[in-house]
Design a protein around this ligand. Structure first.
Ligand SMILES: Cc1cc2nc3c(=O)[nH]c(=O)nc-3n(C[C@H](O)[C@H](O)[C@H](O)COP(=O)(O)OP(=O)(O)OC[C@H]3O[C@@H](n4cnc5c(N)ncnc54)[C@H](O)[C@@H]3O)c2cc1C
Length: 561
């Protein structure tokens, strides 16, 4: 017998029952000597005979539940060289006074802690659930974008834009890809989060679940911490819809999907917004059959129909099945197959797949966080209401990031974290200002937007007009033989100012900041079209779109003016 002990960080547990459920999976399992899973510590310890069962088999058993995910092996060295203190060491020192107690350890929290420190004050970050860094680095932006790029490379090995260039195909080792992704995530987590505050004497990190007790006190790991102000930066998690049968099938959410240990043969995705679509294309490009099931009549339902329809067509061309206007009756799992019974525009259908990914929106992580008597108002779904300075309805308690339920991006979370911290510790009332707010959907071609779309401009009663140029009219796209997409600008007819833009283009996000700067500083469409744009760049498309407000671009020669 070769007995070894391994300790894993496990996410996704919401109660002691979850911990018991994981332990149950190991009952009578060959090679397992002992197991102890703790919800409170978000961890599990396993003693095992490594000649019978391996670490990766143990990980796979935990991950196979679909609800829980092994995030890290916990070793003595995990937090070496950082000032992360476990709460025992920290609190045993007695009376703690912080200028800002931050509950949550993601982007909003880190930026709040750094701002507090820059202002010469003391902050404590209390984090639990996801590892330090929160959603973006561990289970959101970073892993998804790594896998999207890898999938794109694999796709390009099998698809060429030029008849004369024949792709030879490539090979994919899916498990290695997941391992490589995990390695990059770990590196970024250390470099961009842990290292950033490791020598900062003003910032302390405590691992544990924070619960607000009163306007100045938070309980963590059974001890009380007191501070001048509190910031709720607890983020969001997948909103699980109330669908008959969903709670009794295995499904993935973003917390577990990027640890999946096999490429799904047929991935069914519930949802049709950015998380659903990015993952649909990435798994399809890696070789899965993918079906997207969307309740609204269109994918990206807040956008104009031309954009949603164009993207739908492109995804379908890549073999992705996109079902819209659906209503799901029930979901079942039998012999490893997931079957979704639904109605699509009046017609009953059964979709059968091997794996299910739920991306049906988000809810705020505020369960059991705030006692009712403190009186923090919420919007429902756990999202917290604040005033413009990000103070909640309870004095001295602020909120930032995804938990606000709007503009859920990592850069807005960081912006809000810093603003809330400054307002809290300096007792200011600086209002938030997102104007303009650029955003991206990382499909290929990417969807990028800033300002208003047509629906929103109409709803706001603005006298506007649009100009749209298709990529087939942009020399760069013609040269690259990749003419998927368009650039659309919206102009206020009275002021000639840009009020919004939508781009569907390969790497279209790289065009967005020119338009954002133009919007912020009130650059007019006439000024935009008179600026020199290098030939052949995709950004020339912006100039062409500006020109085509009053000229037919099809009739212009090269380097149009
Ligand atoms: C799949 C996916 C892809 C994404 N891609 C992008 C992208 O490309 N670009 C982009 O800008 N945004 C992207 N986002 C959005 C972005 O990740 C989030 O907006 C951002 O990470 C939110 O940061 P936050 O600090 O508000 O919350 P989080 O990062 O979620 O941090 C909250 C932390 O608080 C912890 N916590 C919760 N409750 C408690 C408690 N009571 N006590 C202690 N700790 C607690 C949580 O476990 C977590 O660690 C993506 C999101 C997802 C899901």
């Amino acid at each position: 017998m070769n007995i070894e002990t391994i300790k894993y960080g496990i996410t996704g547990m919401t109660c002691d029952g979850c911990a018991k459920g994981i332990e149950k999976k190991f009952e009578n399992k060959n090679g397992i000597v002992s197991k102890s899973v703790s919800y409170k510590n978000a961890a599990g310890e396993f003693q095992f005979d490594n000649s019978i069962i391996t670490k990766s088999e143990i990980t796979a058993i935990i991950n196979s539940t679909g609800h829980y995910k092994v995030v890290d092996e916990i070793t003595e060295n995990n937090f070496e060289n950082t000032n992360i203190e476990n709460s025992k060491n920290d609190l045993s020192q007695g009376n703690y006074n912080y200028d800002l107690i931050i509950i949550g350890g993601g982007s909003a929290a880190f930026s709040a802690a750094i701002k507090t420190s820059e202002l010469g004050r003391k902050a404590v970050i209390i984090n639990d659930g996801l590892p330090i860094g929160g959603t973006c680095v561990n289970v959101g932006c970073v892993p998804s974008k790594i896998l999207i790029r890898a999938a794109e490379q694999f796709h390009n090995m099998n698809n060429s834009n030029f008849e004369s260039v024949k792709p030879n195909g490539g090979s994919l080792n899916f498990n290695n890809l997941i391992e490589q992704k995990t390695k990059i995530v770990k590196e970024l987590r250390t470099k961009k989060y842990i290292d950033v505050v490791s020598d900062d004497e003003n910032v302390t990190i405590i691992e544990g679940r924070g619960t607000i007790v009163d306007n100045n006190s938070v309980e963590v790991n059974g001890k009380m911490i007191r501070g001048e102000n509190i910031l709720i930066a607890t983020g969001s998690a997948t909103y699980i819809p109330n669908i008959q049968g969903l709670d009794s099938v295995n499904y993935y959410v973003n917390d577990t999907l990027y640890e999946i240990n096999e490429l799904p043969e047929h991935l069914i995705i519930l949802g049709g917004r950015f998380i659903a679509l990015e993952n649909a294309q990435l798994f399809a490009r890696l070789g899965s059959k993918v079906t997207v099931i969307q309740r609204s009549a269109k994918i990206l339902p807040d956008e104009d129909a031309d954009l949603s329809d164009y993207l739908t067509d492109l995804l379908k061309q890549e073999g992705i099945e996109v079902l819209t206007g659906t209503s799901i009756n029930s979901i079942k799992e039998k012999e490893g197959k997931i079957s979704v019974s639904l109605i699509e525009t009046g017609v009953e259908k059964i979709v059968e797949g091997t794996h299910l990914f739920v991306a049906t929106g988000r809810h705020g992580n505020t369960m059991n966080l705030v006692p009712e008597n403190i009186g923090i108002e919420t919007f429902g779904n756990g999202f917290i209401k604040t005033d413009e300075s990000l103070q909640t309805s309870a004095s001295g308690i602020y909120a930032a990031g995804d938990v606000l339920g709007k503009n859920m991006f990592v850069y807005t979370a960081a912006y809000e974290g810093a603003l809330a911290a400054e307002n809290a510790v300096d007792n200011l009332q600086k209002p938030r200002n997102y104007n303009p707010l650029p955003w991206v959907v990382f499909t290929d071609p990417q969807v990028a937007g800033v300002g208003l779309n047509e629906k929103q401009a109409e709803a706001n009663g603005i006298d506007f007009e649009t100009s749209r140029i298709d990529l087939k009219d942009i020399p760069r796209a013609i040269a690259a033989q990749d003419m998927r997409g368009f650039i659309k600008l919206l102009r206020n007819k009275n002021t000639d100012k840009l009020i919004g833009a939508r781009i569907l283009a390969p790497e279209g996000s790289e065009l967005l900041m020119e338009l954002s700067v133009a919007m912020k500083y009130g650059v007019t469409i006439s000024e935009l079209k008179n600026m020199l744009h290098p030939y052949l760049t995709l950004s020339e498309g912006i100039k062409l779109a500006a020109i085509s407000f009053n000229k037919d671009v099809g009739k212009l020669s090269c380097c149009a003016v």
